[in-house]
Design a protein around this ligand. Structure first.
Ligand code: ASC
Length: 542
């Protein structure tokens, strides 16, 4: 079947957390419309850019884009940004069931509100291995009052102006900023504005719910919980996982989970659904929604105080959830037993000519003038740097637990070229930032593929010993995975999707500052590129 959507993208004033701000909307909405498809459907999205003076690109996060690498929507990797006034058509196959998202992928534009959910259901007659009565998408986000361009300008200025912690957390686009903490006229900040009434999840007593929870935060790692209710995790990034019960779900930017919740508590009252910042020292109040039992008043505040979130820096507990994720029996995709190439990626915070950047093996990714897919498909060698970035780092001499002696890095538009159909291991190694005794959690997202998560640990990855401990029996497959402070995460994937694909930290400021790479495989097999991606650099007129 074909699922066709017509979208207009434009700025509107919105007050998602009671503070009025210019927000990028789709058909007047942020979050935008949910894309609903069935496995095997073709999704067509006609998007008109009505931003007047700004371009964009939209990434379909978790959709592999097999056969349509030009529809991946990643500015400078798979396409030129779409200019004001243009209408373009993204077309792709929803080839796997599961929970996915879409979002802007140009500069830090995701932070302006251009995002939404994608639900891909199973074909008729095929059943999930878990039962539920109703299905609902819940998008979690963090929210800044400063505009995207002001944030981006600060990050690329000398001195560096860090974006800081977000002002609020949004649950399905709704949050509550404490307007009385600032002196602003009530037309700019007003907590009684109905636009920022809490999001309500309405349930029927006794029924079972599948909540499809996704995080598209700019910066924050989150925990999510529903007061008094246990949640059973059943899906992660489109794959069935061996069910496990939690009272709070840790979720990192770019991840999606399905949890099963039973509405089996005292139905005479409502409950809080809350989200809290974890992994970074929080300076953002929790996000609150109402878990409403019918027929209680939806907006009726629960009689209790919202449950406290988990301790923000309990890395062991966060790590434990990652360890608990296993492929579900009967749904295991067994990884190849060995890999053809191993990339060891040390990720660091650096300076380049006085600017703060992030780098992989000391190379910070620069944006080319001609998107990689166009440059490689048309063999335009002077469109990008040709010196291959390094496969590994000097692990013998690099101390991941201390600030680097030499903080300098280089920047480059060179990418990794993988042999088509080979198996590639990527070891993500986290290190100390430029601040003493400080390392952050980074969620890494791979475009165009899902990867097996073979293992993770705290400390420096030991190529000999840790490789032996890889889980080759029932590793979960994902498209986004956290790498914990001072820790490592090992991934394996098959370079079997012709195209050029970004692999990057999903935190907006970090990718913007170069924390990513691009992988090419089988680009000669890519079909004719559509003209809508070609409007910049050497792609013009080809
Ligand atoms: O990229 C970052 O910069 C700041 C800090 O390291 C310097 O201000 C921070 O917390 C980041 O994640």
């Amino acid at each position: 079947k074909i699922r066709e959507y017509n979208w207009e993208v434009k700025y509107e004033y919105k007050s998602p957390d009671c503070f009025r701000k210019q927000v990028i909307t789709i058909n007047g909405l942020s979050p935008g419309p949910t894309i609903l498809a069935q496995q095997g459907d073709t999704v067509i999205v006609n998007v008109k850019n009505k931003l007047i003076t700004e371009s964009f690109a939209i990434h379909w996060h978790g959709i592999r884009q097999r056969g349509t690498p030009w529809s991946d929507g990643t500015a400078w990797v798979t396409q030129c940004p779409i200019g004001p006034g243009d209408t373009v058509t993204y077309e792709f196959k929803a080839d796997r069931p599961g929970t996915y998202v879409y979002h802007a992928h140009y500069g830090m534009q995701r932070t302006a509100g251009l995002y939404g959910s994608i639900q891909v259901s199973l074909p008729d007659g095929v059943e999930e291995p878990f039962a539920y009565d109703f299905d609902q998408s819940i998008l979690l986000n963090d929210w800044y009052h400063q505009s995207t361009s002001a944030q981006a300008t600060g990050l690329t200025s000398i001195p560096y102006m860090w974006v800081g912690e977000p002002q609020s957390l949004l649950i399905q686009g709704k949050g509550k900023f404490n307007c009385s903490s600032v002196t602003l006229p009530t037309n700019i900040c007003n907590t009684t504005n109905p636009e920022c009434s809490p999001y309500v999840i309405t349930v029927i007593p006794g029924k079972t719910y599948r909540l499809r929870i996704a995080s598209l935060t700019a910066l924050s790692a989150l925990s999510f919980q529903i007061e008094g209710h246990k949640m059973t995790v059943v899906e992660a990034d489109g794959y069935n996982v061996e069910p496990f019960e939690v009272d709070k779900l840790y979720i990192y930017s770019g991840e999606t989970y399905s949890v099963i919740v039973k509405a089996d508590r005292d139905p005479s009252r409502n409950y809080w659904a809350t989200t809290n910042v974890i992994s970074r020292h929080p300076n953002t109040p929790p996000g609150l929604a109402i878990f409403n039992y019918e027929p209680n008043e939806p907006q009726q505040s629960p009689p209790t105080v919202p449950p406290a979130g988990p301790v923000w820096n309990d890395t062991a507990d966060q790590f434990a959830q990652s360890q608990a994720l296993k492929a579900r029996q009967g749904y295991i995709h067994t990884p190849p037993p060995t890999s053809d190439r191993t990339l060891v990626f040390l990720t660091t915070q650096n300076t380049i000519n006085g600017y703060t950047r992030w780098a992989v093996n000391n190379v910070s990714l620069d944006t080319p003038e001609t998107p990689f897919l166009i440059a490689l498909k048309y063999n335009l060698p002077n469109a990008m740097d040709q010196t291959p970035p390094p496969d590994t780092y000097d692990s013998l001499n690099y101390d991941i637990n201390n600030v680097a002696k030499n903080k300098n890095a280089t920047s480059s538009t060179a990418i990794y070229r993988l042999k088509f159909n080979t198996t590639v291991d990527v070891i993500m190694q986290n290190a100390n930032t430029m601040k003493i005794s400080h390392s952050e959690t980074h969620p890494w997202h791979l475009h165009g593929h899902d990867f097996w998560v073979l293992g993770n640990g705290i400390g420096k990855f030991d190529l000999k010993e840790d490789t032996k401990k890889f889980n080759l029996v029932n590793p979960v497959m994902k498209n986004t995975v956290p790498v914990f402070p001072f820790g490592w995460t090992a991934l394996r994937f098959q370079a079997d999707n012709p195209g050029v694909w970004a692999f990057h930290c999903h935190l907006e400021p970090h990718f913007y500052l170069g924390m990513g790479v691009a992988f090419e495989a089988g680009v000669e097999k890519v079909g004719k590129l559509p003209s809508f991606i070609m409007g910049c650099g050497q792609g013009r007129g080809l």
